[in-house]
Design a protein around this ligand. Structure first.
Ligand code: AMP
Length: 284
């Protein structure tokens, strides 16, 4: 595996592979790899000959009171893990490479960004759309892999690609979980022992929502209450939001229809740590 720090060098490398008819697959990440990241890198191989993982903790997608400074980082470990799953290039630019002084441009996606994460984290998706655009231009992928873990982000990226005419296929990969159900996240290392014990209740709550839908419940508010009620039993949680929405539009109808694909989205704080998770379910 080759580590690349400069945009120009990255572009030269992918250009030369493309000339040889190789397909490039990009996996954007902020590092501190876990099995979720690695599953994306492994899946990438199914879509092309050259796998480029990117590692960049993007400051513009963090709010002023968020955890940019303390976001976990371990470059050496990430290098070894990416190598172990057969990544060809790790694009790991320094901050000045992506945001030199006098950087004025922002990419604003006008759909899917006005609710949930977009409201709770103002400016977050502008940061995401801007860095994703830059990473796409640096790595010129045919396909890019994103995780369902960041459900709304995947929708925003798809919208970005569609509306700005990026010739890139977006693949969304399933959530990888710990054995007890907690969705893997770089932020899980923030959790105290006590918090870590409660964290799997998020997935439990989501599963109660799934079960309700599968047992015939179609009323959005009732499904939401079931999930909320479970979470509220644990005073360790501060609930940021629970939303039960159409998975394609993020709309919130009073009642869901047979065959509709629904996503249940949860964001909670455990102490200072903000965790998100979601599940997809088709209405029977
Ligand atoms: P991050 O480094 O947290 O920005 O995540 C990089 C990519 O990995 C994003 O597309 C995430 O959605 C995805 N990802 C994060 N956690 C998981 C997980 N537990 N399972 C699958 N994909 C994940």
């Amino acid at each position: 595996m080759i580590v690349v720090e400069k945009v120009k060098e990255m572009q030269k490398i992918v250009d030369s592979h493309k000339k040889d008819g190789k397909r490039i697959v990009c996996v954007p990440t902020m590092g501190y790899f876990h099995k979720g990241h690695l599953s994306l890198m492994e899946l990438a191989r199914d879509y092309g000959e050259i796998v480029v993982a990117t590692l960049f903790v993007n400051p513009t997608q963090f709010g002023p009171n968020e955890d940019f400074e303390r976001y976990p980082r371990n470059f050496q470990r990430d290098l070894e893990l990416a190598q172990s799953v057969g990544v060809d290039y790790l694009f790991a630019p320094h901050i000045e490479e992506m945001y030199p002084d006098n950087f004025f441009t922002k990419v604003v996606v006008g759909k899917f960004t006005d609710k949930f994460e977009g409201v709770k984290r103002p400016g977050h998706f502008d940061g995401v759309a801007t860095i994703v655009t830059k990473l796409f231009n640096a790595t010129k992928p045919d396909t890019a892999i994103f995780g369902q873990k960041d459900f709304q982000q995947a929708l925003v990226v798809k919208q970005l690609v569609k509306e700005l005419l990026f010739d890139i296929k977006i693949v969304v990969a399933p959530i990888v979980r710990e054995p007890d159900g907690l969705a893997m996240s770089s932020r899980n290392v923030y959790l105290s022992e006590e918090e870590r014990k409660v964290a799997p209740k998020i997935y439990e709550a989501l599963n109660l929502g799934i079960k309700a839908i599968q047992n015939g419940e179609r009323m959005r508010k009732r499904i939401t209450s079931i999930v909320l009620q479970h979470l509220r039993q644990f005073r360790e949680f501060y609930i940021d939001y629970v939303a039960v929405v159409d998975s394609e539009t993020l709309e919130e109808p009073e009642e869901f229809m047979t065959g509709q694909s629904v996503v249940i989205l949860v964001a909670v704080y455990l102490g200072k740590t903000r965790l998100i998770d979601n599940v997809l379910v088709t209405v029977p």
